[in-house]
Design a protein around this ligand. Structure first.
Ligand SMILES: Nc1ncnc2c1ncn2[C@@H]1O[C@H](COP(=O)(O)OP(=O)(O)O)[C@@H](O)[C@H]1O
Ligand SMILES: [Mg+2]
Length: 265
């Protein structure tokens, strides 16, 4: 069974970058993108990408039980579309079910994936997503309940699941992250260290630009002063964030995923 890492956090903090870095680190990784724009590139040759939305996840679920032609007729019907749109909770349950099913998949005798990494969209969405199996286990009976209870058990097991919250050390992001951490703790999921992305490091003191400085030196010092302002702001915000944390540096080329991958838990 491959472990599933849910990469979560506010928009723009670096979730997709970090999910891609984690996926490239593993031999046969599956990168699951929830609600991704299809245009995003696949990070590397060893990585398979699965774009999941609730409607296709449900269709694939049905496909395990029903003949393909029948599934197509059902999932292409207006009634089905309306049903999925009207039952967002069900959609989320199916999405989690689909992801955990992938983690358990075998090709012959070997697990199909060495790791499953999930790139999630906005903060609120992931809490809803991960809360749904427990809610469904309480709300339904019979088959749905049994399925939901199995998902709850797998989500709670650190060997199966971990949630990796990502933030940047900036005021609004930190405030939102503190709320996210509280919501995730309430769900009692295995919570990885907090990843603080794009941390600037710079000397605290940058010398003044001498009057006879060349344009290149003046530009470099201006750059250093700017970095040092960012670094100071980052340090202030880092103090508001709880341990355990892992800090990732601001890199000038995110194509260097390997650099970030090495630092990731
Ligand atoms: N460690 C980093 N250093 C510099 N830029 C980064 C770093 N991580 C991500 N970025 C950049 O930040 C932007 C947002 O990252 P992205 O992964 O798309 O965030 P999200 O998926 O959370 O919205 C992108 O332009 C990305 O290249
Ligand atoms: Mg993204």
């Amino acid at each position: 069974v491959a472990r599933v890492t849910f990469v979560t956090g506010k928009g723009g903090v670096g979730k997709s970058t970090i999910a891609a870095a984690l996926a490239t680190r593993s031999g046969r990784a599956l990168l699951v993108r929830l609600g991704a724009r299809r245009a995003e590139p696949v990070p590397g040759p060893a990585v398979s990408v699965l774009d999941v939305d609730g409607a296709t996840a449900l269709g694939e679920y049905l496909g395990q039980a029903l003949p393909a032609a029948l599934v197509r007729r059902v999932t292409e019907s207006r009634l089905y579309r309306a049903f999925v749109a009207a039952a967002p909770g069900l959609r989320e349950l199916m999405t989690v079910g689909k992801i955990l099913h992938e983690a358990r998949r075998y090709t012959g005798d070997a697990p199909t994936w060495s790791a499953v990494v999930v790139d999630t969209p906005a903060t609120g969405h992931v809490v809803q997503l991960l809360a749904m199996p427990a809610a469904a286990a309480g709300a339904f009976g019979g088959l749905v309940r049994r399925e939901a209870e199995r998902l709850v058990a797998e989500l709670a097991d650190p060997a199966c699941t971990r949630v990796l919250p990502v933030t940047v050390a900036e005021p609004l992001a930190v405030t939102e992250t503190l709320e996210l951490l509280e919501a995730l703790r309430a769900l009692r999921l295995p919570l990885g260290p907090l990843v603080v992305n794009r941390v600037h490091r710079a000397p605290a003191v940058v010398p003044a630009t001498p009057p006879d400085a060349s344009p290149a030196l003046a530009a470099a010092l201006r750059c250093a002063r700017e970095e040092s302002t960012w670094a100071a702001a980052n340090r202030r915000e880092l103090e508001r964030l709880p341990a355990p944390r892992v800090e990732l540096p601001f890199v000038h080329d995110t194509a260097e995923l390997a650099v970030l991958a090495e630092l990731l838990p």
